[in-house]
Ligand binder design. Structure first.
Ligand code: HAM
Length: 420
């Protein structure tokens, strides 16, 4: 038996029904916020992903050479592809450009619950604007999408990478050392971080300040730490405005300021944010995003960019864990010919109803009424349409309500009214 590759999944029709339902709601919310859908290829030139992160990222990618020796990679995410598309084709479009997408992504991760090698993201990018209201709207969109799909318990945290970078600069912590420290910060391993900072000869007072900055959610304290730095005061003022807008315009009050958000990808610059679903345990991060810089690197004319992506599979897992009641896919009717002589009329009636947008299936196995009705209830048909010779003679059929078992004779020309 040939099995599916490690870290991939098959989806049953029941699962697909849930996924299609959630995708529909996410799509609607993106559109309600003025975003438009785009699509990019599943594979790109490898260089697109190494341009910012260097060759070390290759270990985390599915990369390969094609038959003409081109170096390619399955996309690990869609931000770099969308910006590549923007630089190639969309630069002249009116700003702000609000784009959203759904797409499968591929990462050579160690698979576990909620972490796959093939997974789906629902994300967006906003290009050409960097006002506090643009960022507030972006963060609110991520939050509202997750609320709108039906999640009850989500946790939004907002940070700012310029502030973290400034602290690194102050403490003269090099990029290499940052690469070592960031994962410790990301995982909130503050004791390990303390030891590492001491190893880097950072004074006790500075270590204390740094740890407090990373752990406080009080903006006044952060203002106090950054006293005297005009550039950062501007960043903090902007952060304050974004938080006020979230509360006052979008009615989002449940969030934290978190300077320990480092984000895994190398292109982020200023404001960053993450949304978690605590119910998911280890892989609880549902959404991540922020402001980033990629346009210049990819050969375009620089302008502001920000966005986020929601882990679609994790959103479904979180809904399931919260016991969300997904709507169940039903069939409107199941057509049952009582014998083979009734097949022509049965198929004809089924077709007539389908053309009126009624969801209809028909017995294709020539089984008796009993077995057909059993099958009809197993596929959750609301009604059975029984086609027998006596009724057909009178241009009629029998319609049976599958729930109550009640039956009635209905004229063929009136059957569609049974499904109105
Ligand atoms: P990311 O945080 O790497 O950001 O991924 C976004 C979301 O994708 C995560 O929060 C998580 O829910 C989901 N995810 C990531 N890896 C896996 C995996 N192996 N299995 C299942 N789900 C996963 C980005 O990708 C950025 N491009 C987001 C962005 C858009 N930033 C700006 N614009």
């Amino acid at each position: 038996m040939i099995k599916k590759p490690r870290g991939t999944r098959d989806f049953t029709s029941e699962e697909m029904q849930k996924r299609a339902y959630v995708e529909g709601r996410i799509r609607q919310t993106f559109m309600n916020f003025g975003y438009r859908e785009i699509e990019t290829p599943t594979f790109e030139n490898l260089e697109l992903f190494t341009a910012k992160s260097g060759d070390t990222i290759i270990e985390e990618l599915y990369s390969f050479k094609d038959k003409s020796d081109r170096k390619l990679a399955l996309r690990p995410e869609l931000t770099a592809p969308v910006i590549r598309f923007y630089v190639e084709k969309l630069q002249m479009k009116p700003k702000p450009l609000k784009l959203f997408y759904f797409g499968n992504c591929y990462r050579y991760d160690r698979p576990q619950k909620g972490r796959y090698r093939e997974f789906k993201q629902a994300g967006c990018e906003i290009i050409g604007v960097d006002t506090p209201e643009a960022y507030a709207e972006l963060i609110a969109l991520a939050y509202k999408i997750l609320e709108e799909v039906g999640l009850k318990n989500i946790k939004l945290s907002i940070g700012n990478l310029s502030i973290l970078s400034k602290f690194y600069e102050k403490l003269k912590i090099t990029k290499d050392k940052q690469k070592y420290l960031n994962p410790l910060i990301d995982k909130n391993l503050f004791n390990d971080l303390k030891s590492a900072l001491r190893d880097f000869n950072i004074s006790e007072q500075e270590v204390k300040n740094f740890l407090e900055l990373l752990q406080t959610s009080d903006i006044k304290k952060i203002y106090a730490y950054l006293k005297g730095d005009g550039e950062l005061k501007e960043e903090l003022d902007k952060l304050q405005k974004i938080m006020n807008l979230l509360k006052n315009s979008f009615d989002i009050k449940n969030f934290d300021l978190k300077m320990s958000i480092v984000r895994g990808l190398d292109y982020y610059t200023g404001i960053v944010f993450e949304i978690e679903a605590p119910v998911l345990g280890a892989e609880k991060q549902l959404c991540g995003g922020g402001a980033y810089e990629l346009i210049g690197l990819l050969g375009g004319t620089d302008t502001s960019t920000a966005g986020f992506a929601i882990g679609f599979d994790r959103a479904i897992l979180a809904l399931e864990s919260e016991g969300y009641n997904f709507p169940v896919e039903k069939l409107d009717g199941y057509v049952v010919p009582v014998n083979a002589n009734m097949l022509v009329d049965s198929l004809k009636i089924a077709q007539m109803l389908r053309e009126k947008n009624v969801k209809i299936d028909v017995d294709l196995m020539r089984r008796g009424i009993g077995n057909s009705l059993k099958y009809a209830s197993s596929i959750r048909a609301s009604k059975a349409i029984i086609i027998g010779p006596k009724e057909i003679e009178k241009n009629s059929v029998t319609v049976r309500d599958m729930k109550t078992g009640k039956q009635k004779i209905v004229k063929i020309k009136d059957i569609d009214k049974e499904f109105a």
